[in-house]
Design a protein around this ligand. Structure first.
Ligand code: 1GP
Length: 241
């Protein structure tokens, strides 16, 4: 029985430390492009995140349904707020903004979303979300009214605290469209100090940046903005995954 349970978990996207870094693409429903999903089918994409800090068109569910008609790649909601829930996805990140001290993003939104998530039967993935300074004020920073971290020791301690709190993932976020990605020194330090999987995202927008980040071996990297501007980047970085 125990073996069966462990086996189920190990086959679930994101709940394992990956032997080799896996690629996740992030789709903002306001900027949804079907062509990117068609390309993803042939580019070793591990899973697709759907969500955004601020959505204007209310098309999250429509986007999830559309993606599911094009691909079997798992779709995980990366919610910007408590309204971004769809039973048609495969799972949802339950994000706690551990870098901030705004209670709304540590527990408030979660209480508002709880019953809907439970009823949706979505697989919930408790995630320690750590915003790190990416060289410009990020939308996440503005929306959550929280400050990003800058100090390596504090980032590492925050990630450890996340694991101790029972998070199943740590997501190091430089912010969408960040000027500077996470540094390899920070990624390595966090990796060495946690035993749960590590996701890194924000500002990864070129082959060179992908190559550089891969040297620090995070379990997963997330790319959003760059694919919105240039879906063909996906084909170019395919050989790395
Ligand atoms: C943002 O980490 C993700 O939440 C991805 O960032 O859009 O800059 O790739 P980019």
């Amino acid at each position: 029985m125990r073996f069966i349970i462990m086996n189920c978990l190990s086959s679930y996207p994101l709940l394992n430390k990956a032997l080799q870094t896996k690629l996740i693409i992030l789709i903002d429903p306001d900027k949804y492009n079907q062509e990117l999903v068609k390309l993803a089918n042939d580019c070793n994409v591990y899973c697709i995140f759907v969500g955004g800090s601020v959505l204007n068109k209310n098309t999250l569910e429509k986007t999830v349904i559309s993606i599911k008609t094009i691909t079997t790649i798992p779709v995980i909601i990366f919610p910007g707020d408590e309204t971004q829930i769809s039973k048609y996805a495969d799972g949802i990140l339950i994000l706690s903004l551990l870098s901030g001290r705004n209670a709304e993003y540590l527990i408030g939104k979660h209480v508002k979303a709880a019953i809907k998530i439970r009823q949706s039967k979505l697989k919930a993935i408790p995630t320690g979300y750590i915003l790190v300074d990416g060289g410009k004020k990020s939308t996440t920073q503005k929306v959550t009214k929280s400050k990003p971290l800058t100090d390596k020791k504090e980032i590492v301690n925050t990630a450890i605290a996340g694991e101790l709190l029972g998070k199943q993932l740590i997501y190091l976020e430089a912010g969408s469209g960040a000027k500077q990605t996470l540094t390899n020194s920070v990624i390595k330090a966090v990796k060495q100090n946690i035993s749960i999987p590590l996701i890194v995202g924000g500002g990864i927008d070129s082959e060179e940046k992908v190559k550089k980040i891969l040297l620090s071996k995070p379990d997963y990297i997330v790319i959003g903005n760059a694919f919105e501007k240039n879906p063909n980047l996906l084909t170019r970085i395919k050989p790395f995954f």
